[in-house]
Design a binder for this molecule. Structure first.
Ligand code: ZN
Length: 257
């Protein structure tokens, strides 16, 4: 039975039996992997804090499931924990939302190095500055959609391909079903879509390009950030075809004065 050693982020834990823990990781080597951590709840010494949600940890697990079971986690040691995230309910809500996208949209064992780098990158930046949560949320969603091959079309009309700059003077709309931007002619024909401004669309495009640091340095005005967030938080579950529970929680949390 082969053993895999890799960096990983615990994204879901479920108590199992008397003392065990089932842990789903996003791993660098093999994407999403769910393991059983024997006696993890019985002995604190066994895995220490290495299975806390959203930390970066090094794990060793058996590659092939045991008969009818899950891969067995044999070692885990925390490399970096994100105390600032865990101390802030709003940051936990954002991180939970990012983790839920991985849980709902990827399959066990799919290659996941780019996704691992994305999630570990945004978690590190969030822990460094929890005030960046809204921007990081936008950047993460946009890049996640790009990696999943489901990003909205933003450079031209999703129906007739008229370039953004040509279409903008007559107004721009965004339609989930069309998969992105609509020019005025296509909006009139379809009769659906929400009005958007070119600044919001360019902001969304920018967040999907360049390095994480560069994307974070882009100038975000408050209204553009809010509009772009609304668009993506509607687009993402529409194309996922499922409700994202932690997104609902995040929205309710934002409404709390
Ligand atoms: Zn069009």
């Amino acid at each position: 039975m082969g053993l895999v050693t890799t960096h990983a982020i615990p994204i879901k834990t479920v108590a199992y039996g008397e003392a065990d823990l089932i842990v789903t990781f996003l791993t660098r080597a093999e994407g999403r992997v769910t393991c059983i951590a024997k006696a993890a709840r019985k002995s604190r010494k066994r895995f220490g804090g290495s299975l806390s949600l959203f930390c970066i940890t090094q794990i060793v697990y058996s590659q092939k499931p045991q008969k009818g079971g899950l891969p067995l986690l044999s070692e885990a040691s925390a490399i970096r924990s994100f105390e600032n995230i865990l101390a802030d309910v709003s940051c936990v809500a954002y991180a939970s939302c990012w983790a839920e996208l991985v849980l709902r949209w990827t399959h066990e064992g799919e290659p996941g190095e780019e996704l691992f780098n994305l999630l570990s990158g945004v978690l590190s930046l969030l822990d460094f500055d929890t005030g960046q949560a809204g921007r990081l949320h936008l950047i993460y969603q946009m890049r996640f959609l790009l990696l999943a091959g489901m990003a909205p079309r933003l450079d031209s009309c999703a129906v007739c391909s008229k370039p953004l700059d040509e279409a903008a003077p007559d107004g721009l709309w965004f339609d989930n079903r069309a998969g992105g931007l609509l020019c005025k002619t296509c909006f009139d024909e379809k009769g659906r879509g929400v009005r958007v401004d070119a600044g919001t669309i360019k902001l969304l495009s920018w967040t999907g390009k360049n390095s994480l640091d560069q994307a974070l340095r882009a100038r975000f005005s408050g209204p553009a950030l809010m509009n772009a967030t609304k668009l993506l938080e509607s687009f993402t579950p529409f194309h996922l075809g499922q409700t994202i529970k932690s997104l609902d929680f995040l929205r309710r949390l934002r409404e709390v004065p």
